[in-house]
Design a protein around this ligand. Structure first.
Ligand code: KIV
Length: 264
């Protein structure tokens, strides 16, 4: 099977083929997800919550993400590997270049950053210097303290318009992929249709080009609660590889996410 690249994902978008993404943090799980056909693996800063047991993602460091990126890289052969840039590791363009380089050298093929207009210069600089960027809008967990909690974003017309404008501006600055988290499905659909780059949703309805979930939620082993937008596929199938295949299958068929997983 040939490696998944940003060109593969653009081809999927053009063909209307829904693709699957999952977080991964180690070689063994990543290898299983890769061989079952998950297209994109993200070393998310969600590791701060699901691996390290923190209440949010803020304590995660570049060294943490670099370590787990190197682990995941050793386990996979096909999936596109994205590494999250953690909180305050990309607050200036210079700091962004230095830290993104560390993640690329650890094995990532793309880095992900949370935010809109303030990031445009960094996105342009990264792309021009050979580092592909996945942008992340909507509920951006590193801003949990600004939002006053993990809250659905883009519910009112003004915020919805801002998110749409930021998505277009990030694409124009060079972003090659976009994650939309916890926004109304109508807004996610409008953004997906307005952009030529692929859009991956989490809690954003079924009309994005791809879906992403946190692996611990898919396997029903998150401490605390399973978010409404997620689904415990292990409960449904009883076996890890079957759970991953069920997730891929439901995304491909468009049956996940269903109405109960979206924020209308
Ligand atoms: O950190 C993470 O796992 C993420 C996904 C939820 C998109 O950013």
């Amino acid at each position: 099977m040939s490696k998944v690249t940003s060109s593969t994902l653009i081809k999927f978008k053009k063909e209307g083929k829904k693709f699957t993404a999952l977080t991964a943090y180690d070689a063994s799980f990543a290898g299983a997800f890769d061989s079952e056909g998950v297209d994109v693996l993200l070393v998310g800063d969600s590791l701060g919550m699901v691996l390290q047991g923190h209440d949010d993602t803020l304590p995660v460091t570049i060294a943490d993400i670099a370590y787990h990126t190197a682990c995941v890289k050793r386990g996979i052969s096909r999936a596109l590997l994205i590494a999250d840039m953690p909180f305050m590791s990309y607050s200036t363009p210079e700091q962004t270049m230095t830290n993104a380089a560390i993640l690329m050298q650890a094995g990532a093929s793309m880095v992900k950053v949370e935010g809109g207009h303030w990031l445009l210069e960094s996105v342009k600089m990264l792309t021009e210097r050979g580092i592909p960027v996945c942008a992340h809008l909507g509920l951006t967990p590193q801003s949990v303290n600004v939002f006053g909690g993990f809250k659905v974003q883009g519910r009112d017309a003004e915020n919805a318009q801002r998110i749409l404008d930021e998505a277009k501006a990030l694409q124009a600055a060079g972003a090659q992929l976009l994650v939309l988290e916890c926004i109304p499905p109508q807004l996610a659909k409008a953004i997906t249709e307005a952009l030529s780059i692929p859009v991956i949703g989490i809690g954003a309805g079924a009309d994005t080009d791809g879906q992403i979930l946190v692996m611990h939620d898919v396997l029903g082993i998150s401490s605390g609660y399973i978010p409404r937008f997620s689904k415990n596929y292990l409960k449904q199938t009883g076996e890890i590889r079957s759970a991953i295949r069920a997730y891929i299958d439901e995304v491909a068929k468009g049956t996940f996410p269903a109405e109960e997983h979206t924020f209308n």
